[in-house]
Design a protein around this ligand. Structure first.
Ligand SMILES: [Zn+2]
Ligand SMILES: [Zn+2]
Length: 424
């Protein structure tokens, strides 16, 4: 495409009407990288590189800022991928769209980036790119393919894909991503307790009495929770004490039943062995050894993005749910055995109970009136402001400030003194 064509399209997209937006979707995106007076990007050394030189390469638009730790964590990963793929066919180019606070920060950050950038002063283009690609958070990596750089075919989750698949995600084509998904599906279908939890040199887990080693094989036929957590993580510590009490209650109930059994395996991401020992010391269940290579594999296999996280495996070793933590918070020991059928039953019960809940109430700790909402009526996944845990489904929500609590956490609710609103 010639620069002339680029210019013309820029004017089109600046007069964006709804029709214009529609048209934009089929537009070659290289056009919005340019302005009327700029047909270049900045190279790593500060020289000008014509936008037309991007033609034929896979292009990643990288929205990032040096003040934000998740961006700083991701940038080296992208540098790695970039170095490996930039000179392959098709080539790979990255265009940095800075969300830095000032020019110094931009320059500092760019010193570790071997790719191109939109000039820091060009606020308009940055804003335009942000809104065109609906960027909601950083770091964000949008990938466009050289076959016309169609904006509506752009891949928006470049960051997640690189974290999840590493360099295998390249070249980010639909076919490639489908292939990776298919491979992952197969891996999950063939999943067993043994191939998940043992390695070549280890077929045991840690138990509690001194140097007690528990064979992984002894877990066969049990419902098993893989508990991803670490002592440095405050919500992890908090959730652990809750999980211990629920674990003990489930064990008690099962003791009377005979046959079925439940176990938890701590998958630690502690930074050092001392923290691991101290933290594991508080837990009544089993653990993978500190720093065991299996831990990384499990984190990747289950795509665990935050801790604490509780993945439940059925007696056959297959995944039952990755939302164990949520289910424990919502239903406590009743969540066992965490299956879809069990959850559906509990949900139904909760809907029944919600019918008898007041439509609105006051809660100690918040001065506005709270309204009962369900997932279908303004609710959704939330963090309970009372117990700091995740919630799902029904909630009491403040329409004004978004304050939300579990219905069970409002039991002690009353109208707090000093509230600034009158109940009408
Ligand atoms: Zn709560
Ligand atoms: Zn409020």
């Amino acid at each position: 495409m010639t620069q002339e064509a680029v210019r013309v399209r820029v004017r089109d997209s600046n007069n964006a009407t709804e029709e214009g937006d529609q048209e934009f979707k089929n537009t070659n995106f290289l056009s919005i990288l340019a302005t009327e007076d700029r047909d270049f990007l900045l190279s790593a050394t500060g020289s000008q590189v014509k936008i037309s030189e991007l033609e034929g390469k896979i292009v990643g638009i990288y929205f990032s800022a040096n003040w934000y730790p998740p961006c700083k964590n991701f940038t080296p990963l992208l540098v790695n991928a970039f170095e490996e793929f930039k000179s392959q066919t098709p080539g790979f180019e990255v265009v940095f769209v800075s969300c830095d606070e000032d020019l110094d920060a931009f320059n500092n950050y760019r010193a570790c980036m071997p790719w191109l950038a939109i000039p820091f002063s060009d606020l308009n283009t940055k804003k335009n790119l942000n809104s065109r690609f609906d960027v909601e958070g950083i770091p964000s990596l949008i990938i466009l393919q050289p076959d016309n750089y169609k904006v509506d075919e752009a891949i928006h989750d470049g960051v997640e894909l690189l974290y999840r698949y590493g360099k295998q995600a390249f070249p980010f084509t639909k076919e490639r991503l489908q292939e990776l998904q298919e491979r992952e599906r197969e891996k999950h279908e063939n999943q067993t307790l043994m191939n998940l939890l043992t390695s070549q040199n280890r077929d045991f887990l840690l138990g509690h009495s001194t140097s007690k080693l528990v064979p992984v094989a002894s877990l066969k036929g049990k419902t098993v929770g893989l508990y991803f957590s670490a002592q440095w993580c405050f919500p992890g510590v908090k959730f652990t004490s809750r999980l211990i009490s629920i674990y003990q209650k489930i064990k008690e109930v099962l003791l009377g039943k005979g046959g079925e059994d439940f176990e938890i395996v701590f998958v630690s991401t502690d930074h050092d062995e001392l923290s691991f020992n101290l933290f594991f010391g508080t837990m009544p269940w089993l653990a993978l050894p500190f720093n065991d290579p299996t831990i990384k594999n499990l984190t990747k296999h289950f795509d665990v993005q935050w801790i604490p996280s509780l993945v439940i495996l059925g007696p056959d070793g297959k995944t039952v749910t990755k939302k164990g933590r949520n289910l424990v918070n919502l239903y406590q020991e009743n969540a066992y055995p965490f299956t879809e059928a069990r959850t559906a039953l509990l949900e139904k019960q909760m809907d029944e109970e919600a019918k008898s809940l007041p439509k609105s109430k006051y809660h100690v700790g918040h001065r506005h009136e709270l309204t009962l909402v369900s997932e279908g009526s303004g609710g959704g996944p939330y963090i309970c402001c009372d117990c700091d845990e995740q919630g799902l489904g029904w909630a009491y929500q403040c329409m004004e400030c978004g304050y939300e609590v579990h219905p069970k956490c409002t039991k002690s609710a009353e109208r707090p003194p000093g509230s600034d609103r009158q109940r009408s």
